[in-house]
Design a protein around this ligand. Sequence first.
Ligand code: ADP
Length: 203
Amino acid sequence: MNKNMLFLGLPGSGKGTQASLLRMHHGYEVVDAGHIVRNSKEFSEFKKTVNKGDLLSDSVINSVMSSYLFNLSHSFVLDGYPRTIGQAEFLNSFLVDNQLHLDVVFQFVMDENKVIQRISNRYICEKCYNVINQDHNICSICGSKNFVRRGDDSDLDIVKHRVLVYTNTVSGLLEYYSDRLVKIDASLSIDDVNKLIVDVVLD
Ligand SMILES: Nc1ncnc2c1ncn2[C@@H]1O[C@H](COP(=O)(O)OP(=O)(O)O)[C@@H](O)[C@H]1O
């Protein structure tokens, strides 16, 4: 059985790109918290917090994520959830109740200045919010050719704030998951990062 995993890493460190590759090539189910938040019917209520670069409260995000967690069955990638100990504990009790297991936690390690630079140049698909690889002019998920900047990507101060929020919250999670943590150098090429992940998670 393929291993279930969680991605931790700064915004812009390539988590979404790697999750998409695992979905396309290895049939992984991807749970992308940011995507779920931006597509949720309550987004108008969340927009102010999201566009400031702040986290939604644990109770709000746990409730938004619940229905997606209920659909988890086999090999899954969690991207962007959990981000706090409160969320990790909520997830853990859900997994235990449903006889599921989180096998590996990848920490995407990358220099803050590099991710800030990457985010400043990043575009997403207007239709499905997939991150667009700059070499392509068509969305690999839905085929749309219309790309936009994300509200929370467009302002440098907000990007820096998201980096700070990540740095302040991740240390607790690194400790919580220390028994299954694997660090990867996220500044390597997309293919090389993919190989590192695949080597660990595929049996
Ligand atoms: N696990 C979470 N806990 C709280 N808020 C979240 C969570 N996941 C996503 N959000 C909200 O959605 C926003 C966008 O998420 P995401 O696209 O994953 O951002 P980033 O690229 O900054 O990691 C976050 O800045 C936050 O406001």
